[in-house]
Write a protein that binds this ligand. Structure first.
Ligand code: ADP
Length: 304
C-alpha cells in the first residue's frame, strides 16, 4: 500500500472580478469548499489511480474536520491514520481568485502543526506495510522523518516533496533520510541556490541534490516538463499537451502518480512519465484533490 504522512486542509475559495485591498469589502461571484492540503491531495491522487492508500495526519474536532474525513472516505482513502485532535482546529486555506486567475492564499495549519512522534507510533503498522511513503513539508518535518525511517527499515521507499521549501533550505541530513526528492523550480532554487530554466540546468541541480545524499532527484519544471536522475538513469520528460485551465495541485497529482507507479514496480524513468501525465491531466480540471485523474485517463494520454 501507499502511506501518505501530511497535511489535511479544507480549502475555501472565493471567485470574483478582483481581489480586495486592505480594509475593503467586495461582493464575490461564487465560492467553493473542497479538500486541500498537500498530504490530502497526494493521498487522493494515489487512491483515485487505484492504489490502497492510507493517510496519516490530524484534523480538529469540528465541522471542517468531519467534512474532510467524509470527503476522504468517499474517494477511497483510508482515514484510519487520521486523528481527530480535540485540542486543535482543522487546517484551512482561505483562497481568493480574481478574473485573471491570480490568487491570494492564507493557510492556517491548525491540527496539521500538532503532528508529532506520537502519530508515527500510532500508525507504525501502516508505515511498516507501505511500499511507498509520500512526504511533504506542510507538517512538522521531524515527525515525517521518523515515519520515513520506519518505512525504509521495512523495505519501502520514501518520496519527499520539499514543498513549501523553507527559506534557508533543508537541514543537512534530511535528503539522506529519503530516497527521492521532487522540487519544482522555486523549491530547487531554495535547496541548491540554482533556479533551473531548462533540462541542462535541471540536470545540474539534480546532481547537487544527489550530492546531499538522496538517491534520486526529480526536478519539476511546471509547464516545461520534468527532469530526473539517479545512479542508473537520467532523462527529461517533455510536457504532455493538454488544455490547461488550473494548475493548482499539479505537483501533488504528479507525486501521487509517482508513488502509484513505483508501488506497481515501474522503473524510475517509466514512473516519471506516468507521473508527468498525471500532473498534466490535473491541470485540465479545477480544484486541488478534485483535479486528480483516473488510471483510464492517464493510460489514454500515455497511449495516445
Ligand atoms: P508544482 O505544483 O509542485 O509547482 P509543477 O507545476 O512543476 O509542480 O507540475 C508538476 C508536473 O506536472 C510538471 O513537471 C509537468 O510534468 C506536469 N505539468 C504541470 N503543468 C503542466 C502543464 N500546463 N502542461 C503539461 N504538464 C504540466
Amino acid at each position: 500500500s501507499i502511506a501518505v504522512f501530511g497535511s489535511i486542509n479544507i480549502d475555501l475559495t472565493t471567485y470574483g472580478a478582483r481581489l480586495p485591498r486592505p480594509g475593503e469589502t467586495l461582493h464575490g461571484d461564487r465560492y467553493a469548499i473542497g479538500l486541500g492540503g498537500k498530504g490530502c491531495n497526494q493521498a487522493v491522487a494515489a487512491s483515485r489511480l487505484g492504489a490502497p492508500t492510507v493517510l496519516i495526519g490530524r484534523v480538529g474536532d469540528d465541522t471542517f474536520g468531519q467534512r474532510a474525513l467524509a470527503d476522504l472516505r468517499s474517494t477511497g482513502v483510508s482515514t484510519d491514520g487520521v486523528l481527530v485532535d480535540a485540542g486543535a482546529e482543522t487546517g484551512i486555506a482561505v483562497i481568493g481568485v480574481d478574473a485573471e486567475a491570480q490568487n491570494c492564499i492564507t493557510v492556517v495549519g491548525g491540527a496539521n502543526m500538532a503532528i508529532d512522534a506520537s502519530d508515527v507510533e500510532r500508525c507504525r503498522g501502516a508505515l511498516e506495510g507501505a511500499s511507498v511513503l509520500l512526504l511533504q513539508l506542510e507538517t512538522p518535518l521531524d515527525a515525517g522523518l521518523l515515519a520515513a525511517d520506519i518505512v525504509r527499515a521495512s523495505g519501502g521507499r520514501v518520496i519527499l516533496d520539499p514543498a513549501p521549501a523553507p527559506r534557508g533550505g533543508l537541514p543537512a541530513d534530511v535528503l539522506a533520510r529519503v530516497d527521492i526528492v521532487t522540487p519544482n523550480e522555486t523549491e530547487t532554487e531554495l535547496l541548491v541556490g540554482l533556479r533551473p530554466g531548462n533540462p541542462e540546468e535541471a540536470a545540474r541541480a539534480a546532481g547537487m541534490l544527489r550530492a546531499q545524499g538522496v538517491a534520486a532527484a526529480v526536478v519539476k519544471l511546471g509547464a516545461a516538463g520534468v527532469y530526473y536522475q539517479d545512479a542508473e538513469s537520467e532523462g527529461f520528460v517533455p510536457p504532455f499537451k493538454v488544455d490547461s485551465i488550473d494548475t493548482v495541485a499539479a505537483g501533488d497529482c504528479f507525486n501521487g502518480g509517482l508513488g502509484y507507479a513505483l508501488s506497481q514496480g515501474a522503473p524510475l524513468g517509466e514512473a516519471i512519465r506516468f507521473a508527468a501525465a498525471c500532473g498534466a491531466l490535473s491541470t485540465t480540471k479545477a480544484g486541488a484533490s478534485s483535479s486528480a485523474p483516473t488510471l483510464a485517463e492517464v493510460e489514454a494520454l500515455l497511449g495516445g
